[in-house]
Ligand binder design. Structure first.
Ligand code: BG6
Length: 481
């Protein structure tokens, strides 16, 4: 049902995500008048506070996390906020919440960023208090389970109260500008699509490197690990966008139909095609950082790094490996996709300096947003000994190309889409389940082969085995430190 919500209900309103991302994003949307004045925001969490207490809390968070030019909007934004203390397991608390949320109205958008263990009781409470009606949609933050089975359990619980067209599963990578730009690059240009296949692409690399470590998320991260924290969601979504067939339209059904086909075509991974790592002590940008086990306070066999050679078993990608790599405490923070094209079929140049290097397309997602195509060009000169060729980059920095428009953080877009009801950038149930199915396969392989994380130095690009994984195929990782 199409409606624009006039009320937003935030579960986990005092949490880290809310402080860093949700409240700042909502304030930015407010500052730019992108949400109607009538949209009220109710925060809820366990902390005992009244409306004023929550406004003070939000004020502090906004002061800390909003860029300076946004701060003048804080005071008027705070007027939208109210608060209701809630213990997710206390049915009676939902009645008070329902009163706060104002029954009736045009529609309600709920954003759940609480521990998944609370999802079921929260949904039951929402249903019992009449807050889950046909004019309510719900946004769900990850993690949505830890396996196919547990994710199905969560999805079933949500489906008992909400139809799929009212469920908005968040993968914040889909809210990133450059991730969406991938679709523009592929489908708004004639240049790439004819060669976007196994005949012309030799392999693809997707790297998500982070310099941060555990960041105090002891309870969550150690139970998850890099495979479930980063590959299951963000990296597989990037892979699906790179590999999918052209959707007929840019809408939720068409785009998600194509992504899920790719996810279902992923081949079960063999043990030799994966590397698990865990960072030891090291240094990043000249600063010493402790080992994972030291940050955690105990030994652990959780991986903080994963490299996988993935295969998509369909016509377009037959024989084209997708090398995926992500880790904490890497040399640099970088998210990028690299498309390695095949060599030209025949070189007409015979001179000593004339070795055409196969073209490469690098899509930088963060921290810099840029698109670089490496091309061969002739080195200027008289070429008495034959023509000389050199690789030169054709480089588009998105910041320079679009200096005017405001660059928005992922949650600004996702929250607006949730309020307005556009599901294109949210993950459908069949996608999440296909992602989990493949990830469960990787974990089974690890268990069957007793694969333990290999240590790597903090500040490096992961264990040597990750380099070997690519080098066995004559491939070098694009970011090699
Ligand atoms: C989250 C993970 O989903 O994504 C974190 O739980 C990770 O571990 C984060 O740090 C990375 O997001 P971004 O936007 O900084 O790349």
């Amino acid at each position: 049902m199409s409606f624009t919500a006039d009320r937003l209900l935030l579960f986990g309103a005092t949490g880290d995500l809310s402080q860093r991302m949700l409240l700042p994003s909502l304030c930015a949307l407010h500052a730019d008048k992108l949400v109607a004045d009538k949209v009220s925001i109710v925060g809820t969490a366990r902390s005992d506070m009244d409306d004023t207490g929550f406004r003070n809390f939000a004020h502090d968070a906004l002061n800390k996390f909003l860029p300076e030019h946004r701060k003048p909007a804080i005071n008027s934004f705070l007027k939208r906020l109210t608060y209701q203390t809630l213990d997710a397991n206390e049915t009676a608390h939902y009645t008070a919440l329902a009163g706060k949320v104002r029954p009736g109205g045009e529609g309600l958008a709920i954003f759940l960023s609480t521990a998944p263990s609370l999802f079921e009781s929260t949904i039951a409470g929402l249903q019992a208090s009449g807050l889950a009606g046909p004019k309510t949609r719900i946004g769900l933050e990850k993690p949505l389970g830890t396996s196919l089975e547990t994710s199905r359990h969560i999805n079933d619980a949500v489906a008992r109260a909400f139809s799929e067209d009212r469920i908005f599963r968040i993968d914040h990578y889909l809210g990133k500008e450059t991730v969406q730009n991938l679709l523009a690059l592929r489908f708004a240009n004639i240049l790439f699509e004819p060669i976007w296949n196994a005949a012309h692409i030799e392999h693809v690399q997707i790297t998500v490197g982070e310099t941060v470590g555990l960041e105090g998320r002891v309870g969550f991260y150690d139970g998850a690990g890099a495979l479930r924290d980063m590959v299951q969601n963000h990296m597989l979504q990037l892979l699906a966008l790179v590999a999918m067939e052209p959707p007929a339209h840019y809408d939720a059904t068409s785009v998600r139909d194509e992504k899920v086909k790719v996810l279902r075509s992923l081949r079960t991974v063999a043990a030799a095609e994966t590397v698990r790592g865990q960072y030891g002590a090291g240094a990043i940008a000249g600063n010493a950082v402790p080992a994972y086990a030291e940050e955690l306070g105990k030994a652990s066999d959780t991986e903080t790094f994963v490299a996988i050679k993935a295969h998509i078993d369909n016509w377009r990608w037959k024989g084209v490996p997708f090398y995926l790599r992500t880790g904490k405490r890497m040399t640099r923070r970088v998210t990028e996709i690299m498309i390695q094209f095949r060599p030209i079929p025949h070189s007409i140049f015979g001179g000593k300096g004339a070795h055409p290097v196969p073209n490469r397309l690098v899509i930088g997602i963060q921290p810099e947003e840029n698109i670089t195509v490496s091309l061969m060009a002739k080195v200027p000169g008289l070429d008495r000994g034959g023509i000389s060729l050199r690789e030169v980059p054709l480089d588009i920095a998105m910041d320079d190309a679009f200096a005017g428009p405001t660059r928005r953080i992922a949650y600004e877009r996702l929250l607006l889409d949730l309020i307005e009801g556009d599901q294109t950038l949210f993950v459908r149930r069949d996608e999440v389940e296909a992602q989990w199915e493949w990830i469960d396969g990787v974990r089974d392989t690890w268990t069957e082969n007793a694969i333990q994380p290999k240590s790597y130095f903090a500040g490096s690009w992961g264990p040597a085995a990750a380099v070997a994984l690519a080098e066995r195929d004559g491939v070098t990782w694009h970011e090699q430190g």
